[in-house]
Each structure stands twice: as structure tokens, then as C-alpha cells.
Write a protein that binds this ligand. Structure first.
Ligand SMILES: [Zn+2]
Length: 104
């Protein structure tokens, strides 16, 4: 699949990337629209030590599910991948998750 890959500060390359291997409950989206926010630009300029190239930036998107549960449904994604087991997740405060991480 095609992706815009952050390869170095101030450099992105549109190239082929391997299709992801899906775990149970995961889906593949055909992306139809994306947003580029301030944190993406911060990363693009090499000012975010958490975003190490090469990586696919972007965490604001929507599209249609083309593989996995819900195939054919239009949806968006929550970029936060919370642990789901800590005291914060139990209170639905997933942005404070002990071991949460972000996509893109
Ligand atoms: Zn948690």
C-alpha cells in the first residue's frame, strides 16, 4: 500500500509500504481524508524525539474499512491506543493511561 513516510527531518517520501498484519478486531482503512495538525508539523521538522524516522505520521483520518470486521463501513480512528487495564482506563480517562501510546 502507498504511504507518505517521514524519512528524515523536513523530508517525506510517498512510497510503497508492506500491508499490515492484522490482529483480531483490527481493520484496514482505505483512507479518504486526513488532517495535518501542529504536532505532525513539529515531528516533520524533527522536533519530536518520540517520532523517530522512518515512520508514517498522521493521526487524524477517516476512510472505509476494506479488511476486517465492519467491512464497507465508513469510519474514523482514535489515535490513542490505551492499555485498557489501569485505573485511568477503568474510569474512562484513557488519555491518562499508564501505558498508552499514539498512532502516527
Ligand atoms: Zn490504562
Amino acid at each position: 500500500m502507498k504511504a507518505l513516510v517521514y524519512t528524515a527531518p523536513d523530508e517525506v517520501i510517498y512510497r510503497d509500504e508492506p500491508a499490515p498484519a492484522l490482529d483480531d478486531g483490527e481493520v484496514v482503512l482505505k483512507i479518504e481524508a486526513v488532517g495535518i495538525c501542529g504536532s505532525d508539523m513539529h515531528a516533520y521538522h524533527g522536533h519530536d524525539p518520540r517520532r523517530v524516522p522512518p515512520m508514517i505520521l498522521g493521526h487524524e483520518f477517516c476512510g472505509t474499512i476494506v479488511e476486517g470486521p465492519g467491512r464497507g463501513r465508513r469510519t474514523t480512528g482514535n489515535p490513542l491506543i490505551a492499555c485498557g487495564v489501569c485505573e485511568f482506563c477503568a474510569q474512562a480517562a484513557t488519555t491518562c493511561a499508564r501505558t498508552g501510546r499514539w498512532s502516527g
